[in-house]
Design a protein around this ligand. Sequence first.
Ligand code: AMP
Length: 286
Amino acid sequence: MIQIHTIEEWRDYAAQLRSAGQTVGLVPTMGALHEGHGSLVRRAVADGAVPIVTIFVNPRQFNDAQDLAAYPRDEAADLANCEAWGAAAVVTPSVHEMWPTSPATTATTVSVTGVTELFEGEGRPGHFDGVASVVTKLFAITGPARAYFGEKDFQQLAMVRRLNEDLSLGMTIVSCPIVRDEDGLALSSRNVQLDGEGRRVALGFSRALRAVADRPRTARDVRAVVRTALESSGIAVAYAEVVEPLLLDPIGNQHEGTARVLLAGVVQGVRLIDNGDVTIVSSEGE
Ligand code: AMP
């Protein structure tokens, strides 16, 4: 496995792989890697792609300076993990390499409307513009045939699918299921910011998702059950909504079939998200 620091070397490396007929698989991350990230790299290997992992804590997608400063970093462990998972290269560019004129004054912003408006978009102004701008840059440098994203960030995944279609980027976007700890907590780089008590509270997310996954329910029922489960766990709820899985429109009372529950809340000052499938039955005429 090689480590790359500069855009020039990164672009050349990916171009060489493509001209040798290899399938380049991009795995964008912000580091502090765990088995959730590992599942993306392993999936790329299983697909026969050459996995290039990028590790970049992108200042442009943080609307809160404290959140950016507190974001966990552990490059040595990340490199060891990437090697074990089968990455071919890890790219660790500096902020200056990615945004030479400073993140805040970069003139170009990529903005995806629609799917980004609610949920994380509402709670974190500018977040998705920052993500869309950085992933577009990663795609432009790497030229991957395939790009791997986790369902953990469900709204981000929906946005990247739109970006890929609207700008005809021609990649295959591969979505990977949420990896959880044995107790049900979705793996997240942010979990290290919780103590034992915080972890116990955060288990409310997976408990809420399990509570509505047992049988088909009306959307109204789903909203009520998950909110109660979160609040009784001590989570300060940011949102608890049930949406149509592609466009993320909140579903009305005519919807039937599979939908996605999107949850966000704050535990010990740390903003956490989770999501899962539910089956909805119409509540029309109730
Ligand atoms: P991050 O480093 O948090 O920006 O995440 C990088 C990628 O890993 C994103 O596509 C995430 O959705 C994905 N990811 C993070 N946590 C998990 C998880 N627990 N299961 C699956 N994918 C994940």
